[in-house]
Design a protein around this ligand. Sequence first.
Ligand SMILES: Nc1ncnc2c1ncn2[C@@H]1O[C@H](COP(=O)(O)OP(=O)(O)OP(=O)(O)O)[C@@H](O)[C@H]1O
Ligand SMILES: [Mg+2]
Length: 332
Amino acid sequence: MADGETSLLRIENLTISFGHGADRLRAVRSLNLEVGNREIHALVGESGAGKSVTARAIPGLLPETALLESGSIRYRDTELTALDRDGLRAIRGARIGMVFQDPGRHLNPSLRVGRQVSEALEEHLGLSRGAARARALRLVKLVELADARRVLRSYPHELSGGMKQRALIAMAISCAPGLLIADEPTTALDATVQGQILRLLKRLRSQLDMGILFVSHDFGVVQAVADHVSVIYAGGIVESAPADRLFDRPLHPYTDLLISAIPEADKRGGRLRSVPGRAPDPRAVPPGCPFHPRCPLAREVCRHVPPPLVEHAPGHLSACHFAAELPGGRDA
Ligand SMILES: Nc1ncnc2c1ncn2[C@@H]1O[C@H](COP(=O)(O)OP(=O)(O)OP(=O)(O)O)[C@@H](O)[C@H]1O
Ligand SMILES: [Mg+2]
């Protein structure tokens, strides 16, 4: 966590499942995560690891079929799991903003962009129509949309993917949230636009003094943007550390493999697939350490005993029985 201050978001022991009986699938399993004030905290892992389910659980946006089995999600002093629908709605409007992967799907195609941004402001801040319009213009400039007035008059289909994502970011930050959750915000964009959006998010973090939970499956992107990184595997965090430290001295074999795979990657989005083996089926997660079938260091204990997430150095946690044998552990 940044600055050693109190956390902005603290998730403890979160378990979320879908379905019942033999069909039950645990998407998130005893997950712990802490995002600091003004921190860009990346949640990174392979497809199906539970990133989006975790991200959506925070502002209460899980589908009705999801069951929150246990756990605590605390935003500053508020326990979010204890809030009812109205309470969560209020939090979403004023404290926690969210941006998703596919900007096209999250804009209303039949409303001008300006109206959509203004509506968010009218609803959440109770602004009059005129005041909301003026503020919408400021916001659109804040997210560096050139020709702001024209953008506000446009319908979503008249904008490029990058412009749509900027418009959605404008809506997500319209109430100056303390936390922005960005779930793969650049995955659908080409590399140049992706770089621009990452720079924008970094600037907004400083300018608006907010923390960002940045969800990604792309370790290269994470390296470019994150202050702190949590690696998720089969619904649980296996390693969490300040970004520099994680990339220099990983303390989990999965992270180590992900990092060594980065230089080989020439295709965006292909990076995490270069770890040998397959991610486990969430209906049949292996006992013991869930990573053991793919792990080059696995021994007998790993097949039976789940490794707890332990702090090995300040802010550096690993869930591996043999963390001390990894590059980061040998000279720790
Ligand atoms: N509505 C749902 N009903 C049933 N299972 C679901 C539902 N949403 C997610 N899951 C399952 O939960 C697990 C975690 O899904 P999640 O979407 O969080 O993965 P992810 O890490 O975001 O992957 P990706 O990188 O592909 O976005 C997966 O096995 C997925 O199939
Ligand atoms: Mg996802």
